[in-house]
Design a protein around this ligand. Structure first.
Ligand code: HEC
Length: 154
């Protein structure tokens, strides 16, 4: 009886670890695209306020902070594992440079995080000019990562 229990626990554990392995490349790619889209949405929300398209400026701080949390939470090894590099089957705009120049990729992410910290400070001050400057320099870091590590077209 005890033996059966033990075996069934073993079985359960191995099913769990298979499930972890089964996280397939496509799912991770979709997942990281969602994280990127979230960043894009936060930027659009802040920009809409700065441009005066809407006047809900109290949203600027929470969306700046959300971006800081989101970018800081990115674990490059988990979000960009080797098996998600571009090939004939996978639909990804990631470039091989992510893996061949990983240190630079990491540095570029850190640069983005630093600029987001500045944006949060500006958002806390509530001075629109500073927020616009902060958003502009953050946008440049998103762009410089995309220039080097993202394919222009699928
Ligand atoms: C360290 C590099 C890096 C940084 C920093 C970065 N991105 Fe990206 N981003 C990527 C890569 C790589 C892809 C392509 C992912 C893929 O196709 O698998 C991408 C894709 C995207 C996409 C397209 C998602 C889709 O559905 O195809 C958007 C939108 C985006 N990023 C927005 C942003 C914004 C906004 C920022 C800055 C706040 C940012 N990114 C910062 C590397 C980065």
């Amino acid at each position: 009886m005890i033996k059966i229990k033990f075996i069934s626990i073993l079985l359960f554990v191995s099913i769990l670890s298979n499930a972890a392995l089964a996280q397939n490349a496509e799912d991770i790619i979709k997942y990281r695209m969602n994280i990127m889209k979230a960043l894009g949405n936060h930027i659009s929300i802040i920009a809409a306020n700065l441009k005066g398209k809407v006047s809900i400026p109290e949203d600027i701080l929470p969306h700046s902070k959300s971006m800081l949390l989101t970018l800081s939470a990115i674990n490059i090894d988990k979000l960009f594992p080797e098996n998600t590099a571009p090939n004939d089957i996978l639909k990804t705009k990631a470039l091989d440079t992510i893996w061949s120049e990983k240190e630079l990729f990491k540095k570029t992410l850190i640069d983005s995080i630093d600029k987001t910290k500045k944006l949060v400070l500006a958002a806390e001050s509530g001075i629109n000019q500073d927020i616009a400057k902060g958003l502009g320099s953050l946008g440049k870091t998103c762009g410089s990562c995309h220039d080097k590590f993202r394919k222009k077209k699928n």
